[in-house]
Design a protein. Structure first.
Length: 343
C-alpha cells in the first residue's frame, strides 16, 4: 500500500533536478558573456588612459597632479552615484574593506610610477610596456600556488623579447628610468587584481570599485601634496584631458572588476591586453607618435603572444585557500547584507 507514494516522490525530485540544472546551464553563458563584455570594455577605456594622461602632461600639468586629480574625482563621482542610486552597495564588512584598502594602496602606488613614467617616455611605448601586467600576474599567481601552463611560459618569453625591442630606437635613447617605472607600475597593477578577486568572491563589483578607488586616492593625493607646490595650469587645455582621464578611470575600474568577478583575474587580464591596439591607434593618429622597425618587430612579438591566448588553457577560478594571498579571504557573508538579494 505504501509503494505508490514512494514511487511518486522520486519522480517529483527527478523533475526538479533537471529544471535546476537547466537554469544553471542557462545562467553560466550569460555570466560569462557579461564578464567578457566587461573585460573588453575595460580594455577599451584603459587604452585611452595613456593618451589623455600624456596629453595633459604635454599641456603642462605635472604628472603627480594628473594622477591625484583623476583618481580623487573618479572616486567622488562613483561614491556620489552609489549614494544617490545604489546606496545599499555602500555596505562593506571589515575584512572586505581591508582587502580593498590593500589593493587600492598597491594600485595607487603603481599609478604614481605610471604617470611619472609617461612624463619620460612616449605614450605608445609606455602602454606596450604596461601591457605586460598579465605576465606579472602569472608570477603572482605562482606564488599563490596557481601554476601556469607551458604555453603561458612561452608567451612570457615572447613578451620579454618584445620589451627589449620596444625599448630600442634609432632616433633617441629612451629614458631607462621611465622604462623601469612603467614596469614597476605594471607589476603593481597585476598584484592588485588577484587581491581584489579574493574580495569579489563575497562582495559586488561596484562596492569593491568604490573602496579601491578611495584607497588609491588616499595614496596619490598625499603624495602629490608632499611633492611640493605643483599646481595644474589654469588653462582649459590641461583640464580637458584630465576630465577625460577621470571618466576613463571611472568606467574602466568598474568594468574591470565586473570582468574579474565573472571571469577571474587571469582571463580578464588576458582580454585586457587588447587595450594595446586602442593606445597604438590613438597614439599614431592623435599624438603623432611613430615606431622604428625594431619596435614594430617588438609589437609583432607582443601581438603573437596575445594571439596564443586563443589556445592557452585558462587557470581555474576556484578560490585557493592557501598561497601568497590566502589570508585575503573574507569570512562567510551574513544573511542580512542589503545587496545580497540583487546579486
Amino acid at each position: 500500500m505504501d509503494k505508490p507514494p514512494q514511487s511518486r516522490r522520486p519522480r517529483s525530485r527527478m523533475r526538479e533536478i533537471p529544471e535546476d540544472i537547466s537554469r544553471m546551464v542557462e545562467a553560466r553563458p550569460n555570466r560569462r558573456a557579461i564578464g567578457i563584455l566587461a573585460a573588453l570594455t575595460s580594455a577599451a577605456f584603459l587604452g585611452m588612459t595613456p593618451i589623455f594622461g600624456k596629453q595633459a602632461i604635454l599641456f603642462g600639468a605635472p604628472a603627480l597632479a594628473v594622477v591625484a586629480i583623476r583618481t580623487s574625482l573618479a572616486s567622488l563621482l562613483l561614491f556620489l552615484v552609489m549614494y544617490l542610486f545604489f546606496r545599499p552597495y555602500l555596505y562593506i564588512y571589515p575584512a572586505g574593506l581591508l582587502g580593498c584598502l590593500l589593493a587600492g594602496f598597491i594600485n595607487g602606488l603603481g599609478s604614481v610610477f605610471y604617470y611619472n613614467s609617461l612624463a619620460r617616455i612616449e605614450a605608445g611605448v609606455g602602454q606596450l610596456l604596461f601591457t605586460l601586467y598579465p605576465f606579472f600576474l602569472v608570477m603572482w599567481l605562482i606564488l599563490d600556488r596557481q601554476l601556469p601552463t607551458r604555453l603561458t611560459i612561452v608567451r612570457v618569453g615572447l613578451a620579454i623579447g618584445a620589451v627589449y625591442l620596444l625599448t630600442q630606437t634609432g632616433y633617441h635613447h629612451i629614458d631607462p628610468v621611465g622604462i623601469l617605472q612603467m614596469l614597476v607600475a605594471s607589476a603593481l597593477y597585476a598584484l592588485h587584481i588577484p587581491i581584489n578577486q579574493r574580495v569579489l568572491y563575497d562582495m559586488p563589483a561596484p562596492t569593491v570599485t568604490a573602496y579601491t578607488l578611495l584607497a588609491m586616492s588616499l595614496v596619490v593625493v598625499p603624495t602629490y601634496l608632499i611633492s611640493g607646490p605643483q599646481a595644474v595650469p589654469p588653462g582649459l587645455q590641461a583640464w580637458y584631458p584630465i576630465f577625460g582621464l577621470t571618466m576613463v578611470t571611472f568606467f574602466s575600474r568598474l568594468t574591470l572588476f565586473i570582468g574579474v568577478k565573472h571571469l577571474g583575474a587571469m582571463q580578464t587580464a588576458l582580454l585586457g591586453l587588447s587595450e594595446t591596439l586602442v593606445t597604438l591607434f590613438f597614439a599614431h593618429f592623435w599624438l603623432k607618435e611613430g615606431f622604428t622597425y625594431q619596435q614594430w618587430i617588438g609589437v609583432s612579438l607582443l601581438v603573437s603572444s596575445l594571439i596564443l591566448v586563443i589556445i592557452d588553457r585558462q587557470p581555474s577560478k576556484q578560490q585557493n585557500q592557501g598561497g601568497l594571498l590566502g589570508w585575503v579571504r573574507p569570512p562567510p557573508s551574513p544573511t542580512d547584507i542589503p545587496w545580497q538579494i540583487r546579486e
